[in-house]
Design a binder for this molecule. Structure first.
Ligand code: FES
Length: 267
């Protein structure tokens, strides 16, 4: 039979009455986020092997400058600092990075995991005072709602990548419709990133959460319900989309480098 554990004020850092593996969740967050940041930084700085046929790595999407297929061409823009490595990912990655860094779920996760503030519920903290997010620099977390607008635009850009992932160039240079494993990888990436983005707390508030009587506005009420449905599993959407966006880049990269072949399902 499950035993109730009395939750009391904890005096020392790490002190707790909990008997479960309370440290496992923050440890997993540290490992997951550190691994993702290391891989993403490396992949973003490569500036190469991010396209393969109709596939584009989500780290580089939309590609604004950097190759002939980019929106504004291959030439480095005149205002780009000469001392900074030129890679198309740097024009884009600050948006999902800022969006995820300020995400309400992620804030709770990395405050616990990296700052031990607190390490877990009912576990002693390293400090006694709590400043919350009312002061600089954590006050900047409120910028999340603005990143949300940009993140929604990025999802639309990723949708165009799914369309391009259905088109392949044959030996004679002609484009034809097809479906490869990479098509499915990129489509699933947009599905997961969309599920994460559209379940955002800020977007949910924008859709209908700010209304006193959402039922009086049927459209907003519907949007609010859809966003709420996704929001219920926001943590799962966060981790699944994070892992899959990294895998999608890796898949395109390995194809472009010739390490693996893209298996065609429909030619
Ligand atoms: S709260 Fe997590 S993405 Fe907005």
């Amino acid at each position: 039979m499950a035993q109730a554990v009395a939750i009391t004020q904890q005096d020392r850092f790490g002190q707790t009455s909990r008997r479960d593996a309370w440290w496992a969740s923050p440890a997993a967050v540290v490992i997951g986020l550190v691994a993702f940041v290391i891989y993403t930084t490396w992949a973003a700085l490569q500036g190469a092997n991010y396209r393969y046929d109709g596939y584009l790595s989500p780290f580089y999407s939309p590609e604004l400058w950097g190759s002939p297929q980019a929106w504004f061409g291959a030439t480095r823009p005149w205002w780009y600092p000469s001392w900074l490595v030129f890679t198309p990912a740097l024009f884009i990655l600050w948006i999902p990075a800022g969006f995820r860094l300020t995400c309400y779920y992620n804030r709770g996760a990395y405050y616990k995991a990296f700052w031990a503030d607190p390490p877990a519920c009912a576990v002693g903290e390293p400090r006694q005072s709590y400043w919350g997010e009312n002061y600089f620099p954590l006050l900047l977390q409120n910028i999340h709602r603005y990143f949300m607008y940009l993140a929604v635009l990025l999802v639309l850009a990723l949708l165009t990548d799914v369309w391009h992932a259905f088109w392949f160039t044959d030996a004679s240079g002609h484009e034809h419709f097809g479906i490869g494993v990479g098509t499915l990888v990129i489509a699933l990436d947009v599905f997961l990133v969309g599920g994460y983005t559209f379940g955002c707390h800020s977007l949910r508030h924008l859709c209908g959460g700010r209304l006193n009587q959402p039922s009086l506005c049927p459209l907003q009420s519907k949007l609010y319900s859809c966003s709420s449905m996704l929001n219920r599993r926001h943590m799962a959407w966060f981790w699944c989309s994070l892992a899959w966006v990294g895998f999608s880049d890796l898949y395109v990269r390995l194809c472009a480098m010739g390490v693996i072949s893209d298996w065609r399902i429909v030619f």
